[in-house]
Design a protein around this ligand. Structure first.
Ligand SMILES: [Fe+2]
Ligand SMILES: [Fe+2]
Length: 416
């Protein structure tokens, strides 16, 4: 059986060659733009079938429209390739809930699946392809001898099906592992978590939005679970000063060396939400201490880690100091700075290090390792937002007060 004097075997070989060429284009482009080797695409092997299909469409179209003016030919190529790209992306997202590419940051994109720049690029590629590449490759494939033409298509079809099934299975396994990681997070060791995360390294680099996917599925999931739990016990954790008395002695005993340290006392000079950093960390530390004691966790490490979680000595609103240049993001950088300062002046255990390093999670992708870290992170957000709300209420009350005072002020009499 032949199409335009090309046999089915030759078509399979051409499809394989063009899928391979497509893979090379993608690997080169993405490896350069992401500065690391990226094995692009859904299959594990070096093939991107979308290029094979694109090539087949272009060859078929060319035989139909070739006598047309060049501009018309270009428009048809561009339209067809854009449609192929759009529907492949759409189908993949609907079936596997993952994006293979994402043009959301490009100008004139449509739903992130296609964009003007790449459609133009495909159009030029299509013209170069039918004019220069395909004739040469076709001549080459036609020169293959009979036995090769018989064996190769069988081998490649068997290989293709195997790779396809394997890739689907590995995607399914990936989703299973994510679910497992999420449900068993607190029972797994560091090594086990690392093993699971590294087992989908290829997938992680091949799919542009996998980071977001992991973030949504593990991080947000765990965070919500912790927050719900914390809210349920919040009532029981007495935060009022009267409630402090019975625990105060032990609490201050745990933190005494840090609290008396000269360098740490400098936190009193730096303004945080609406008090000093010192007041803020004391509150977070006390809350975390009480919560961990209540939950029979390591309240000692929680109190100390929490006390040091914002150990940075600059004003985060207007920072441009040797510790943190203005162009760097305070939210992401300050846990590292706090950790370095804490290490310089105190000896930290693993839990305390984890508390300081990850208290801004999920800004940091890797979730905290200990329940104590989650509690400090929760306490930090909870108390900071409470401080913010109080501040807001206070300002509003002050404004109202001022307005009322202004109203009752005797008006200045105009001149005579
Ligand atoms: Fe912080
Ligand atoms: Fe904080």
């Amino acid at each position: 059986m032949t199409f335009n004097n090309v046999t089915v075997s030759q078509i399979i070989i051409l499809f394989t060659i063009y899928s391979f060429m497509g893979w090379i284009i993608e690997v080169v482009y993405r490896s350069i733009s992401q500065r690391q080797f990226i094995n692009a695409g859904f299959l594990s092997g070096p093939f991107l079938p979308i290029y094979g299909f694109g090539a087949a469409f272009i060859i078929g179209l060319q035989s139909l429209i070739h006598p047309w003016p060049l501009l018309m030919e270009l428009i048809v190529y561009g339209l067809v390739l854009t449609l192929i790209e759009y529907f492949t992306g759409l189908a993949f997202e609907k079936i596997f809930k993952l994006k293979l590419w994402d043009y959301s940051n490009y100008k004139f994109n449509f739903q992130g699946r296609v964009c003007l720049l790449f459609s133009t690029f495909w159009t030029i590629m299509a013209l170069a392809f039918v004019t220069f590449i395909h004739p040469v490759v076709l001549r080459y494939v036609r020169s293959f001898d009979e036995s090769l033409l018989r064996i190769f298509p069988i081998v490649i079809v068997v290989y293709g099906i195997t790779d396809f099934v394997f890739s689907i299975a590995s995607l399914a396994a990936f989703k299973r592992k994510i679910t497992y990681l999420y449900s068993e997070y607190f029972n797994l060791t560091d090594a086990e978590i690392e093993k699971i995360l590294s087992s989908f390294k290829r997938l992680r680099t091949a799919y542009p939005d996998l980071r977001r996917y992991i973030n949504n599925n593990i991080n947000t999931g765990i965070k919500n679970r912790m927050s719900t739990f914390m809210k349920s016990i919040q009532e029981k954790i007495v935060l009022h000063m009267e409630g402090r008395k019975a625990f105060e002695h032990e609490f201050y005993d745990i933190i005494s060396d840090i609290q008396a340290h000269d360098e740490f006392l400098k936190l009193k000079l730096h303004h945080h939400h609406n008090s000093s950093i010192y007041d803020h960390v004391m509150d977070v530390s006390y809350f975390s201490y009480r919560a961990c004691k209540f939950m029979k966790l390591d309240y000692r490490s929680a109190a100390r880690g929490a006390l040091l979680h914002d150990f940075f000595l600059y004003d985060w609103r207007h920072h441009d100091v040797p510790d943190l240049p203005a162009e760097k993001n305070h939210g992401i950088e300050h846990p590292k700075i706090a950790l370095a300062n804490a290490r310089k002046h105190f000896t930290l255990n693993e839990i305390e290090e984890d508390i300081i390093r990850k208290h801004m999670w999920p800004l940091t992708l890797v979730p905290p390792k200990y329940k104590e870290s989650f509690i400090v992170s929760f306490a930090d957000t909870y108390l900071a937002s409470k401080e913010f709300v109080n501040n807001f209420k206070r300002n509003k009350a002050l404004k109202r007060e001022k307005k009322r005072a202004d109203k009752h002020k005797p008006r200045k009499k105009r001149g005579h």
